[in-house]
Design a protein. Structure first.
Ligand SMILES: [Zn+2]
Ligand SMILES: [Zn+2]
Length: 201
């Protein structure tokens, strides 16, 4: 593993700026990796790790930098819970650890650096210095990871009987004997403005 400063430099580059969220995210991921004994997550250990992230904010980018887990490798799982927390799963051993930022860390940052009025700068410095115990709750957990959730899983491609679009990796839904995509099964996040056309208009 690299040092906090090295990871912060990389995170700053990837994210576009350095902020309190980067510090939190980098430290969160380092704690997870350390507990799991994963030394080289982007090199020799790159197939060992799956990360569940519970927030889509600055810290998310930092967690991706340290772990190397990305959406495009199916090694990053997003749970939209609005919580500053992540769970790191060692798929080679099945061990998993959830690291959550303590709510009290914000007020502690104020106590540590009252001389810095600007919140982001205050937290950026305090989160660097804060003891792990003050910053995070760390908990061993079990994560049920079915085979289709593993980065390397390949299933057969199957077609939705309603919209005709192809579905990979067992994401289809079976309803009344019909194969449906999740949109047609009622989970859609979009509403088409007009009927599907093949002309592209
Ligand atoms: Zn940021
Ligand atoms: Zn469909």
């Amino acid at each position: 593993m690299k040092s906090l400063d090295e990871y912060l430099r990389e995170a700053e580059q990837a994210h576009g700026h350095l902020c309190a969220g980067q510090v939190l995210g980098v430290r969160m991921a380092m704690v997870g990796l350390e507990r799991l004994g994963i030394e080289d997550p982007r090199g020799t250990d790159r197939k060992r790790l799956v990360t569940f992230i519970e927030i889509d904010r600055c810290a998310t980018d930092a967690v991706m930098v340290v772990t190397g887990c990305r959406l495009g490798k199916r090694a990053l799982k997003f749970r939209d819970w609005g919580k500053m927390a992540a769970t790191f799963v060692d798929v080679s051993s099945g061990r998993a650890v959830r690291v959550a930022a303590k709510e009290s860390s914000k007020s502690l940052a104020r106590e540590m650096h009252p001389e810095i009025p600007e919140k982001n700068r205050q937290q950026m410095l305090a989160y660097r210095e804060m003891k792990e115990d003050d910053l995070f709750d760390v908990q061993w957990v079990t994560v049920n990871l079915p085979e289709e959730e593993f980065p390397g899983f390949k299933g057969k491609r199957i077609v939705c009987s309603a919209c005709g679009e192809g579905i990979n990796f067992r994401r289809e839904v079976l309803r009344a004997g019909k194969v449906l995509c999740r949109a047609c099964a009622g989970e859609s996040y979009y509403i088409p403005l007009k009927e599907r056309s093949t002309s592209g208009e």
